[in-house]
Design a protein around this ligand. Structure first.
Ligand code: WT7
Length: 651
């Protein structure tokens, strides 16, 4: 197989659930048996977790595989499921969101208030011309208005496309164009590490030039920073939302009505618009939030630290927990502003009982030291979760001891933007936990590990490719505007019966699955997917660069880090550090600060096979300071010597 990241050692120590945890857990052992009748099982979850305006008549239509239809004939309104029904059930006074701004400003939003805000926002969006089926781009920080906007879109049936605030104007422009969004919702700026940073200028740039499909830009005032204003296009939130009616009649939408598009990096330079629909997505996000995160609405305080710009924020800040009527924390800022104990201060302040975060954050806290969390009362925490990349056993054990008080179970949850919801994870009241492994598919999900020929592997430690063997309710329904690419990317590597996830995996001797990282040219930096091809094309778009190759090198904190090798054009001058800085900034401008290479090495040649394919494996050896591996397939086997001698002489 094509070199996955090196595997983590298998940990033999396991942690059994306590009887007290098991006694109260939502996820119970019999679920595994019940799930053997795949469709009946999911029909039951869809009835348990979703309120339907019209019941579905067919659980799964797979006749046009790989295009799935779930809960066919059913109608629902996702926003009403996430908000109105909790108010109608008498829980309007329950807190939905404890918002904590980076600067310490707070806002407590009950379900009754959330309902009013979502209705106002929906009315305002409609007054700007948004109708069912129109796409709305959302480019916003982690503030309550972002959640209101997503739910207002869901209410209207206008699919949203949230673009992470760390993406550049160019990245925003291509996403707006691909989805043909009519409206963009943004803010004047956002607070980042104690300082206001502008956001609207990127939108202004992204919609400029006359060919933009965007008719209106709705702007929340957050930082009070100066903004350029186009009277014909720009509208202040406080002018149209605050004055809008807080009553909004919501229509039922078909189960398969598109809910959102979310762009993710693939193996080519062009991001894929992954799109999800309504009924199946809501059923599986709510079900997993209940059985994996073990959320008990009304008693738990849940906190998912992801940004809503990523799928984790969609599924486990907005849709799953709100469908369940959970109380949650929404935090705008960074973990070290104004101090490195900020997260633990928040846990203590709100009595957070369930924390869902990423390994990169945990490793950062490890680096900062255990005395920082030790200063806070974390005894409210009863369940911890991890997502985004493999969690190494050391980080898992540190998390359990220093955050979980050696008591809280940890769920390591494997899933993807494409899967929409958690797929492989322990059930915290059932599974004996094994640090470093996501363990087994949750009830209702089936996976296999295949070898190069597509034969299932069951031998412990045999490394292969992870595939999913049955359709699942929250699966992507395709790539927006490019269904051929959908088939080719996910349903062709092992034929049309297997969903190819793009991850390497193995079983251990206990039958637990270990995820071993991506097997394609996709990197995982701090739990964010970045494509080597996309960064390479950003680099070669700079006038000084002739050729570029990008690899993900192992990084102690971020999992992987972007390392680039560039060949300068013959007429470009190598100004050493200044050139490197210029190129790093160029990538930030083209894609966004998250894609900035940690390291750029200017080289004279790149290692290529005879067919011209760049051998990233060898570059990764250089980036990770290792002895360079087998070079026999190189067209010119002296290239690696040239690269290494060039680098050591400091050129
Ligand atoms: C890729 C998906 C799922 C939300 C965040 C990332 C990696 C994710 C785990 C985990 C090992 C993991 C995989 C996957 N990944 N969770 N628990 N253990 N690897 O979503 O950006 O779509 O990335 O993240 O490589 O394919 P995404």
């Amino acid at each position: 197989m094509t070199d996955p990241t090196p595997s983590t050692p298998t940990q033999s120590r396991t942690f059994s659930p306590t009887p007290e945890f098991t006694a109260q857990a939502n996820g119970e052992a019999p679920l595994y048996d019940q799930a053997t009748d795949h469709e009946a099982f999911w029909a039951e979850q869809a009835h348990r977790y979703v309120t339907w305006d019209k019941d579905f008549d067919t659980t799964l239509d797979w006749s046009n595989a790989p295009f799935a239809k779930w809960f066919v004939g059913g109608q629902l309104n996702v926003a009403r499921n996430c908000v109105d029904r909790h108010v109608e059930a008498g829980n309007g006074d329950r807190v939905a969101i404890h918002f904590e701004g980076e600067g310490g400003d707070t806002r407590t939003i009950t379900y009754a208030e959330l309902l009013r805000e979502v209705c106002r926002t929906a009315n305002a969006l409609e007054s700007l011309g948004v109708r069912k089926g129109d796409r709305v781009a959302i480019y916003m920080p982690m503030i309550p208005e972002t959640v209101f906007t997503m739910l207002a879109c869901a209410r209207i049936g206008a699919p949203h496309s949230v673009v992470f605030g760390g993406f550049s104007a160019d990245a925003l422009r291509t996403r707006i164009a691909d989805a043909q969004a009519r409206v963009v919702v943004t803010t004047d700026g956002q607070f980042r590490r104690g300082k206001p940073a502008p956001l609207k200028p990127a939108v202004d740039e992204a919609v400029s030039g006359g060919d933009s499909p965007v008719e209106k830009v709705l702007v929340v005032k957050r930082t009070e920073g100066e903004v350029a204003w186009d009277d014909a296009r720009d509208v202040w939130w406080h002018d149209v939302v605050d004055s809008a009616s807080d009553q909004h009649e919501a229509q039922p939408h078909d189960s398969e009505h598109p809910l959102f598009i979310l762009y993710t990096s693939g193996t080519t330079g062009k991001p894929k618009g992954i799109f999800h629909t309504s009924g199946g997505y809501l059923a599986q996000t709510a079900y997993t939030n209940a059985v994996v995160h073990d959320v008990h609405p009304g008693t738990d305080v849940y906190w998912c630290t992801a940004d809503v710009g990523w799928v984790t924020g969609h599924s486990y800040i907005v849709y799953g927990p709100l469908a369940n009527g959970a109380t949650q924390v929404l935090y705008e800022g960074t973990p070290d502003t104004p101090h490195q104990g900020r997260w633990w201060e928040i846990v203590q302040k709100y009595g957070v009982s369930i924390l869902y975060t990423a390994p990169t954050a945990i490793r950062t806290f490890m680096k900062w030291g255990e005395d920082i969390p030790a200063k806070y009362d974390l005894s409210s925490l009863r369940l911890l979760g991890s997502v985004g990349e493999p969690i190494n056993p050391e980080a898992w054990l540190w998390y359990r001891k220093n955050i979980g008080g050696d008591r809280a179970p940890i769920v390591d949850t494997w899933w993807q933007t494409e899967t929409g919801a958690i797929m492989i994870s322990p059930l915290p009241g059932v599974t004996d936990l094994e640090p470093g492994s996501a363990q087994r598919p949750i009830p209702g999900i089936s996976a296999e590990i295949l070898d190069d020929e597509g034969k299932p592997l069951h031998d412990p430690e045999a490394v292969g490719y992870l595939v999913l063997t049955k359709p699942w309710p929250s699966m992507l329904r395709g790539i927006w505007g490019d269904q051929e690419r959908y088939k080719e990317t996910y349903w062709s590597r092992f034929g049309d019966k297997y969903y190819f996830a793009g991850d390497g995996a193995k079983y251990d001797a206990n039958g637990n699955i270990w995820l071993l990282g991506r097997v394609d040219d996709v990197m995982n930096v701090s739990g964010h997917r970045l494509s080597t091809a996309e960064i390479e094309s950003a680099l070669v778009s700079h006038p000084s660069v002739a050729e570029a190759a990008v690899v993900g090198a192992t990084d102690e904190t971020t999992g992987q880090a972007v390392c680039a090798f560039v060949i300068l054009r013959s007429d470009a001058r190598d100004e050493g550090e200044a050139t490197v800085q210029e190129l790093r900034n160029h990538v930030a401008k083209e894609i966004g600060p998250i894609a900035k290479p940690r390291q750029i090495m200017v080289v004279a040649e790149l290692p290529k096979t005879r067919s011209g394919k760049i051998m990233r494996r060898l570059l990764r050896d250089v980036a990770e300071n290792r002895e360079v591996g087998d070079v026999t397939t190189l067209a010119d086997s002296t290239v690696m010597d040239l690269i290494k001698s060039g680098l050591s002489s400091g050129s």
